[in-house]
Design a protein around this ligand. Structure first.
Ligand SMILES: Nc1ncnc2c1ncn2[C@@H]1O[C@H](COP(=O)(O)OP(=O)(O)OP(=O)(O)O)[C@@H](O)[C@H]1O
Length: 243
C-alpha cells in the first residue's frame, strides 16, 4: 500500500479489474466505485461474478489485475487484513463467526476503533440494534439459528467501527421475518452514515434500499446508475436479472 490521501476520496475506487480462478477468467475489466455514505446494490444472476468482485476488491482473490484504491491507497496487491484495517468490513456469504465462542465473546473480540478513531458502534449499541443477540449473549455461535448467526456476523463487522460494510447475501435462506429484521438493520446502518454494499437476490428490496445499483453479467458491468432511475427501466433490468 502506498500514498495516503484526503478523506474526500471514494472509499473504494477500482478500475479495469480482472480476476481468475485458475484458468477461468471471471471478471473482465470492471470499474467499481463506492462513495462515502452511499448504499450500492450489486445485482446479477447466479454466477455472474458478484461475490468474486467483492472478494477481489478485498484482496481474497489473488489472481487479479487492475487498479484497486481504498481511501486513495493503492490496494491492488493488498492482503485482506490490510483492506479491513482501512475501514472496510466484510460479512461474507455463509457468515463467518466463531462457533465455539459465545455471542458476547464473538462481539467483544471484534471491537476496535475505526480509522478516524470513531467508536460509534459500541457493545451497548449492538445490543440495542439486535435485541435477539442481547437475549442470547451466553450462547455459543454454533447454537444460534441461521438468522441469529447472520446478525452476529453483522454485529461483529459493526464492532470494528468501519466506514463501509459489505453484505454478501445476508438474507439468503432465512425466514421472511428474519429477512425483514435484517433489512431493518441495514436501514439503520445506512442511516448512521456508513457506506454499504449489498448483494441480495431480492432485487426489488435492494432497489428500494439503495442509492445506486450496479448489474453484473458474465463478469462485466452491464447497467449502472441511481436506483430511482433504473427502477424506471424494468425491461432492461429484467433482461439482465432474468425476472
Ligand atoms: N473458488 C472458485 N473456484 C472456481 N470457480 C469459482 C469459484 N468461486 C466462484 N467460481 C465461479 O466464478 C463464477 C462467478 O461466481 P460468483 O460466486 O462470483 O458469482 P455470483 O454472481 O456471486 O453468484 P452467486 O449468487 O451464485 O454467488 C461462477 O462461474 C462460479 O462458478
Amino acid at each position: 500500500m502506498t500514498s495516503a490521501s484526503p478523506d474526500t476520496e471514494p472509499l473504494i475506487d477500482a478500475r479495469g479489474v480482472h480476476a481468475w480462478y485458475g484458468s477461468s477468467h471471471i471478471l473482465h475489466g470492471v470499474d467499481f466505485r463506492l462513495a462515502r455514505g452511499e448504499t450500492l446494490g450489486l445485482l446479477g444472476r447466479n454466477g455472474m461474478g458478484k461475490s468474486t468482485l467483492i472478494r477481489t476488491l478485498l484482496g481474497h482473490v489473488r489472481q487479479r489485475e487492475g487498479s484497486i484504491r481504498v481511501r486513495g491507497r493503492d490496494c491492488s496487491r493488498a492482503q485482506p487484513y490490510e483492506v479491513a484495517k482501512l475501514g472496510i468490513a466484510y460479512v461474507p456469504e455463509g457468515r463467518g463467526i466463531f462457533p465455539n465462542l459465545t455471542v458476547k465473546e464473538n462481539l467483544v473480540m471484534a471491537a476496535r476503533p475505526g480509522v478516524a478513531g470513531q467508536r460509534d458502534w459500541t457493545f451497548d449499541r449492538i445490543m440495542a440494534t439486535f435485541p435477539r443477540l442481547a437475549e442470547r449473549l451466553g450462547h455459543l455461535g454454533a447454537q444460534l439459528s441461521g438468522g441469529e448467526q447472520q446478525m452476529l456476523s453483522i454485529g461483529r463487522a459493526l464492532m470494528t467501527n468501519p466506514d463501509a460494510i459489505i453484505l454478501d447475501e445476508a438474507t439468503e435462506g432465512l425466514a421472511p421475518l428474519i429477512v425483514a429484521e435484517i433489512w431493518r438493520v441495514i436501514g439503520e446502518i445506512r442511516a448512521s452514515g456508513l457506506a454499504t454494499l449489498v448483494v441480495d437476490r431480492n432485487y426489488r428490496t435492494v432497489m428500494a434500499n439503495s442509492d445506486r445499483l450496479m448489474v453484473l453479467e458474465k463478469g462485466r458491468v452491464v447497467l449502472e446508475g441511481p436506483a430511482a432511475e433504473l427502477e424506471q427501466r424494468p425491461a432492461e433490468l429484467g433482461r439482465f436479472l432474468g425476472v
